[in-house]
Design a protein around this ligand. Structure first.
Ligand code: PHB
Length: 390
């Protein structure tokens, strides 16, 4: 009798453990991916492109990565940092996801990274450039398929200095991504002897640019550097042209300014120069195949966000293959991603020691509704990963 009771108790304990473990650890077959992205607000289209890219790669692999089917739990994070910790905790603690994939907004991504670090949950960031995610907050279980905010900004600082611009005004949203993009730009521009005469900003996601554009007109700098993205970027480019500034003060930006936005910006974006780790006219067999598959599947042209989503799935595949489909084998999973050469549509890349892509930053110019690649602004640019101890 006593033995039977003990055995029952052991069974009950085992069942409880099974409930608490992530799906993959139970060998249930499916990997549970917590997809935390913006599906509303100024970054809504970016979230959709990331999900599209992510799903496209899985479809191309026959629906499985590392031998496992993939199941999704989706959250609209609204690009709202105030709701971010609750949203990510629900995915980790209530839904027991095996892997977190997200997000677009740097402030939200930092909350995700904090929870990932505290709980050991695997995290792949498919956009948000927050320098800290692969800097001070870096961890063995945190990866990024995109960029740091510093990377395109730094590359553009060099480009603008080489063009002979001596002084510049910056304008952006006042939050991590804007601050850090401007930070990267300033670092390179000042190193080359340039001067930033004024740093203008407005709160995210505001788009009341008029007063700031009036200030730019009065300051008359040689050039303007900007970080805006999504719906905000559409409006900024249109307002800059409408204010008559496009003809008199050249506008440059991190490439998000004109990525996924050209249809809506029309002629107002023509000729703009930007720096980014992707472009529309790479013309490589790898990119051509990706673009064709994406356009066929979604009846849409891909953009940088679609590429980052696609590559996040490639990174997950590399980790899962190395761990033989078992996400609880964290060391094998991490090693698999660290050693992988990601065959990205942007060009193959590997991760730095801090788990951020080391990649070429292209110089692109808007023409005929595309971001035409006109050169490489910075070859194999690695983020300095300040504060990362790993
Ligand atoms: C960010 O918040 O890090 C961010 C958002 C949109 C972009 C790029 C970066 O297009």
């Amino acid at each position: 009798m006593k033995i039977r009771t003990l055995a029952l108790a052991a069974c009950a304990a085992a069942a409880m453990t099974a409930i608490a473990l992530p799906a993959a650890a139970q060998g249930s077959g499916k990997i549970k991916v917590g997809l935390m992205l913006p599906y509303t607000g100024t970054f809504a289209a970016l979230g959709t492109a990331i999900e599209n890219g992510f799903r496209l790669y899985i479809t191309e692999q026959g629906g499985k990565l590392g031998g496992r089917e993939i199941e999704f739990v989706k959250v609209d994070d609204e690009s709202n940092p105030a709701k971010a910790t609750d949203n990510v905790n629900k995915l980790v603690k209530r839904d027991n996801v095996d892997v977190l994939v997200g997000t677009v907004h740097s402030g939200v991504a930092m909350a995700m990274a904090k929870v990932a670090k505290d709980t050991g949950t695997l995290l792949i960031v498919p956009n948000a450039g927050a320098d800290a995610v692969t800097g001070a907050m870096c961890a063995p279980n945190i990866f990024r398929s995109s960029f740091t905010n510093w990377q395109p900004g730094y590359a553009m600082g060099e480009v603008m200095a080489k063009k002979g611009h001596k002084n510049a005004v910056t304008i952006t949203w006042k939050y991590a991504a804007g601050d850090e993009s401007v930070g990267g730009f300033k670092e390179a521009f000042q190193k080359a002897g340039g001067k930033v005469v004024k740093e203008l900003s407005l709160p995210f996601p505001n788009v009341e640019f008029q007063a700031l554009l009036t200030e730019i007109a009065a300051l008359k700098p040689d050039a303007v550097y900007t970080f805006f993205a999504g719906g905000g970027a559409v409006k900024f480019v249109k307002d800059y042209a409408a204010a008559g500034l496009k003809k008199s003060i050249p506008l440059y930006g991190a490439g998000f300014l004109t990525d996924g936005t050209l249809e809506a910006q029309g002629a107002d974006a023509e000729g703009l120069l930007t720096t980014l780790h992707y472009g529309d006219s790479l013309g490589t067999p790898r990119d051509n195949a990706f673009r064709l598959a994406y356009a066929k599947t979604y009846k849409l042209q891909p953009d940088v966000y679609a590429v980052q989503g696609y590559d996040a799935a490639q990174m997950l595949a590399a980790g899962l293959s190395a761990a033989k489909g078992d996400v609880t084998k964290k060391a094998e999973f991490t090693d698999g991603i660290r050693k992988a050469r990601i065959d990205s549509p942007r060009g193959a890349f590997m991760l730095s020691k801090s788990h951020n892509p080391v990649q070429d930053i292209y110089l692109r110019q808007v023409g005929a509704k595309e971001n035409k690649v006109i050169g490489v602004a910075s070859k194999a640019l690695a983020d300095p990963a300040r504060g990362c101890r790993m």
